[in-house]
Design a protein around this ligand. Structure first.
Ligand SMILES: [Cu+2]
Length: 356
């Protein structure tokens, strides 16, 4: 409350100072001393505008060219090319407008600096200009939005039926990966079951979860659609796979998804880049806490045969954690016992009733 009061006082003081400043300017204009007030500062400012435009523009161009490679890693997915085309069409159109308007902004600030005896041209309104600069941007923007919307619905539409499915779950601070196993069905998970061993919260009383396996890195086959099912265990994260031009939020309590088709294996990309240590990566792209910077996972794009071989080698979670499985079996045994007992009780009560 006190802080609010102090803030209010400061704001009011600023307003008072502003008004005093205006009054001072107005009195100096009326007393005819405004010319003396301007001095050389106007000229200095005008020159600074031009310097800012040249130095700022050069610095921007340098940083853009220098980082172009980092911002645009080679594309390794089918939809990536279309997205890239849309992105650069938009960038070029708005880039041209941005550069032109900013050159005009700085050059006019220089050109129309204060000059003794020159009066501003009074130009209150012009319908023709208003129409031109409203209609043209509206048409261009509508075209860009329509093209983006069309592509986006295609990318985020239903995944092909034969997609390789895997689930990625973000947590502070790493990614957990789960594959559906041979039955191609992800088993039921329940966040209440999460503990140090059962990080995913597997509910192993669900049979389709018995062959699910977790992996330390993502493996996907080249040339085959991959459906990522995305979840978060705690806060907002984002799945970001720059080479595949994939980005999607991982939202706690709200599963999201993204499907894509990889076009180059890890080995092919290593050869293309001349970097034998290259790995595709999944990085978190949403500041999610102090360990955010380290939240990344390797992705391996295999030839389909290698992918099948890798898949066959994986051991299911239930196989690797017999204790967890035994726990669930015990629980379900107890449940059966309980059901049997209540069935027996019903029979007994009926028998008791009959004997009465
Ligand atoms: Cu993060």
């Amino acid at each position: 409350m006190i802080a609010l009061g102090i803030l209010l006082v400061l704001v009011l003081l600023l307003v008072v100072f502003g008004l005093l400043f205006r009054i001072q300017i107005l009195t100096s204009i009326f007393s005819g001393s405004s010319a003396r007030e301007i001095g050389t500062s106007n000229r200095v400012n005008a020159i600074l505008f031009i310097i800012f435009m040249i130095v700022g523009g050069a610095a921007f161009a340098y940083s853009f060219i220098e980082n172009y490679g980092k911002m645009n890693p080679p594309i390794a997915s089918v939809h990536g090319f279309e997205m890239e085309r849309l992105f650069w069409t938009t960038m070029i159109i708005i880039g041209i407008v941005f550069v032109l308007t900013h050159i005009l902004l700085f050059v006019y600030s220089y050109k129309y600096q204060h000059k003794e005896g020159r009066r501003a041209y009074f130009f209150p309104h012009n319908n023709k200009i208003e129409i031109i600069w409203t209609v043209i941007p509206a048409i261009v923007m509508a075209g860009l939005v329509f093209a983006g919307w069309k592509e986006w619905t295609k990318i985020t539409g239903p995944a092909p039926k034969d997609s390789v499915v895997l689930e990625v779950m973000g947590k502070q601070f790493n990614w957990l990966v789960r594959y559906p196993g041979r039955d191609q069905k992800l088993g039921v998970v329940n966040y209440r079951l999460i503990d140090a061993t059962n990080e995913f919260g597997f509910d192993l009383s669900d049979k389709s979860g018995l062959d699910d396996f977790v992996a330390g890195e993502i493996h996907v086959p080249k040339g085959h659609p991959v459906l990522l099912k995305i979840r978060s265990r705690d806060v907002l994260h984002a799945v970001y796979m720059p080479h595949f031009r994939v980005q999607m939020y991982a939202v706690p309590g709200m599963p999201t998804k993204f499907w894509f088709t990889p076009t180059k294996t890890t080995d092919e990309m290593r050869a293309q880049l001349g970097n034998p240590k290259f790995n595709y990566e999944l990085a978190c792209n949403q500041i999610c806490g102090r360990g955010h910077f380290a939240m990344k996972l390797n992705i391996v794009v295999d030839e389909p045969d290698d992918y099948v071989a890798w898949f066959a080698q994986q051991k299911s979670f239930s196989e690797q954690n017999p204790d967890v499985l035994a726990n669930f079996q015990q629980k379900s045994d107890k449940l059966v016992e309980k059901e049997n007992a209540s069935a027996a009780a019903a029979v007994v009560t009926q028998a008791a009733k009959a004997s009465l």
